[in-house]
Design a protein around this ligand. Structure first.
Ligand code: GNR
Ligand code: NI
Length: 176
């Protein structure tokens, strides 16, 4: 079966583009974002994942897609220039994974609730208040826009173990 041309390859650690700070989407990026967002959603659903940030597909733009219920009725969210404008003092710990570190998981502690401001695909200002998995996912995605990965939130010992395990597994995969 031919591969879907809309799908974008997802960059893996240690690709340096995952460590760059993405630039804000501007007026001149409207066409690029309209083309990119559906391709990011398709790539996220295919993976499968519940979120994807543009730097993960090599586009250093502040653009994120999220869908927490890909199994069920799809509910895609596209966030342009998302900003966390408030975070709860209450924290929550959840196991996180990342499509850029396939097969690696760790418990990460973050604010339990967040409020984000962003622009939708039409350029309208929006706000979203999130808790639970959505709050975790949105923080994880905004981190990507700043070159931050979930492993940056865990101890150096756990991080190094996980990164070595990833390198070993990717090397083995390359030989398949
Ligand atoms: O698919 C994903 N699942 C996930 C699980 C817990 C916390 C965060 C995530 S995001 C991740 C997809 C991804 O890498 N987004 O950047
Ligand atoms: Ni990720």
């Amino acid at each position: 079966m031919p591969t879907d041309p809309t799908l974008l390859p997802i960059l893996l650690v240690p690709d340096l583009r995952l460590r760059a700070k993405a630039r804000p989407v501007g007026q001149g990026d409207a066409d690029a974002v309209r083309a990119l967002a559906p391709r990011m959603l398709a790539s996220m659903y295919k993976a499968p994942g519940i979120g994807l940030a543009a730097p993960q597909v090599g586009e250093l733009l502040r653009l994120v897609v999220v869908d927490l219920q890909p199994e069920d009725k799809p509910a895609p969210l596209v966030l342009v220039n998302p900003e966390i404008v408030a975070a709860s003092t209450e924290l929550a710990t959840r196991e996180e994974g990342c499509l850029s570190l396939p097969g690696q998981y760790a418990d990460v502690t973050r604010p339990a609730r967040v409020k984000l401001r962003y622009l939708d695909l039409e350029g309208a200002k929006r706000e979203i208040e999130a808790e639970g998995l959505l709050a975790t996912c949105l923080q994880h995605e905004v981190d990507h826009l700043n070159g931050v990965l979930f492993v940056d939130h865990i101890s150096a010992l756990k991080r190094n173990m996980l990164l070595r395990k990833l390198a070993k597994e990717l090397k083995a995969r390359g030989w398949e």
